[in-house]
Design a protein around this ligand. Structure first.
Ligand SMILES: Cc1cc2nc3c(=O)[nH]c(=O)nc-3n(C[C@H](O)[C@H](O)[C@H](O)COP(=O)(O)OP(=O)(O)OC[C@H]3O[C@@H](n4cnc5c(N)ncnc54)[C@H](O)[C@@H]3O)c2cc1C
Length: 450
């Protein structure tokens, strides 16, 4: 049985829900298909629960900083409060009824099930096939990558799904992967008293970031008591009540749980993309600047090669909605993508790293300021680790990339993002007033070092 509608959206996570809801509100006949929970990974197992856990962990860390500055304090960590907050406030016990109603109240037609392309403009879910008059939007997100480490797939490892559903924490945890998710988790759980080892195959943590950032975060996490193993890939994992991980140097680590945080990938074969001429083995869907992946086909969020962030999915969703509704579409601009790792200090960055700028053939000027050397950093004292790094196109005299690590690194990033996006001349940035003594005034200190 085939039913004709205007648009079919496969996956109602961050990106899909935004596209489907806005198109339905505009009066189009929209079918939104969701296999799990409307809202996707971010509210139930990712951004929101992780930031609730981090908020709690940072309170514990701040308590430890009272000594010597404000008196004496002693906190007794209790993860059950975090688990309960995640269950009640973030996820409504992993129930998406409110989100489903949010979509249907806009006029959308909701289908619970796993959608699959079966040809151009055709999506089937269970026994039903939909033919899309305007087009299909693929918004199926991503899942945790499980690296090919001997024995790993046969063990009861955790991904972010099990982690943020856990009512109790283990005594010890192995974290496989030293990227954003791995480091946020390692630090937060360590602050709740968990013994944590981070294992990263590359020579440094946060490989997408500046080397200065990696070095600083290694120092901070080691100081916190997290054990870091870089440049020593895991080669085997066994589970016998506890996890034993063997590293390439023969070192064996033992812990109660193992978190896999080695990146995320979209499962294109399960979406039937080969039926519309796309490569099911590709790591992501290639799109043009309007997020078009073919005739009457769009892709949004983690399924695209630019994915990985909720703000990216929302940004791309807006581009797609404007394109479909012919609202004077705009091309997606990826020059100023902000990235934040919510460790303490927060790691914010935008645009190109120094190495990327050099690889792009840009003549580069850089400046780095250590946050503890700035006015606010000195005042802040305990917990003031951080830096600001500027990457300047020396010929055009504009910022092409920047990093801000610090207690409010993600917030300081907003000014830098705007500067990269608008190609603000360095002279204008220098001629701008930065309130004293803010953390963002460190940008001026860095500009003065150029
Ligand atoms: C631990 C963690 C922390 C994170 N923290 C942040 C953060 O702080 N900030 C940030 O910006 N980003 C963060 N992210 C990334 C963010 O969660 C994702 O980038 C975002 O959810 C992507 O949205 P999406 O719509 O592309 O995909 P998703 O949110 O994954 O939604 C895709 C939806 O499609 C559904 N689906 C899949 N296949 C089908 C199918 N065949 N049929 C029907 N439905 C299907 C899935 O069930 C899912 O609900 C984090 C991720 C993780 C894992």
């Amino acid at each position: 049985m085939t039913k004709e509608v205007d648009v079919v959206v496969v996956g109602l996570g961050v990106g899909g829900e935004e596209v489907a809801g806005r198109l339905a509100e505009a009066g189009l006949e929209v079918v939104g298909i969701e296999a799990e929970l409307v809202g996707g990974e971010c509210p139930y197992w990712a951004c929101v629960p992780s930031k609730m856990a981090i908020r709690a962990a940072n309170l514990l860390a701040e308590t430890a900083r009272v000594d010597g500055i404000a008196g004496r304090a002693h906190a007794i960590p209790d993860w059950t409060l975090v688990a309960e907050r995640i269950r009640v406030e973030a996820t409504d016990n992993w129930n998406d009824q409110a989100a489903v109603e949010r979509f249907t109240s806009k006029g959308g037609h909701f289908v619970r099930g796993r959608g699959r392309l079966v040809g151009p403009g055709l999506v089937s879910v269970d026994e039903q096939t939909y033919r899309a008059r305007v087009g299909v939007v693929l918004a199926a997100g991503s899942t945790a990558v499980v690296p090919p480490v001997e024995g790993l797939v046969d063990t009861p490892y955790w991904t972010n799904r099990q982690l943020f559903s856990a009512k109790e924490l283990p005594d010890s945890l192995l974290v496989l992967g030293g990227g954003s998710i791995g480091l946020e988790t390692a630090q937060a759980l360590n602050r709740f008293g968990v013994e944590v080892h981070v294992v990263e195959a590359a020579e440094r943590l946060l490989t997408a970031e500046e080397p200065e950032t990696s070095a600083l975060m290694r120092e901070v996490l080691s100081g916190d008591g997290v054990t870091i193993h870089c440049g020593v890939p895991a080669v085997a994992v066994e589970h016998d009540g506890r996890f034993t991980m063997t590293l390439s140097n023969g070192h064996r680590l033992v812990a109660d749980e193992l978190l896999v945080s080695a990146g995320r990938r979209t499962q294109l074969r399960a979406l039937g993309v080969e039926t519309v001429g796309l490569d099911p083995e590709a790591s992501a869907i290639a799109t043009d600047e309007r997020l078009r992946a073919g005739q009457g086909l769009w892709a949004v969020g983690d399924v695209t090669e630019h994915g990985g962030f909720t703000h990216m999915a929302m940004y791309q969703a807006d581009v797609i909605v404007r394109d479909i509704l012919d609202l004077g579409g705009r091309a997606a601009d990826y020059r100023a993508v902000p990235r934040v790792t919510f460790t303490d200090p927060e790691v914010g960055s935008v645009g190109m790293t120094e190495a990327q700028a050099r690889e792009a053939g840009i003549r580069v000027d850089v400046a780095v300021v250590d946050l503890p050397m700035t006015s606010r950093g000195r005042i802040h004292k305990a917990g003031n680790a951080g830096l600001i790094k500027l990457v300047v196109d020396a010929d055009r005299q504009i910022l092409v990339g920047a990093t801000s690590v610090g207690p409010t690194g993600g917030e300081v990033l907003s000014a830098l993002t705007l500067a990269v996006k608008t190609e603000t001349p360095v002279a204008t940035l220098r001629d701008t007033m930065y309130a004293y003594p803010t953390f963002h005034r460190g940008i001026l200190d860095a500009l003065n070092k150029l």
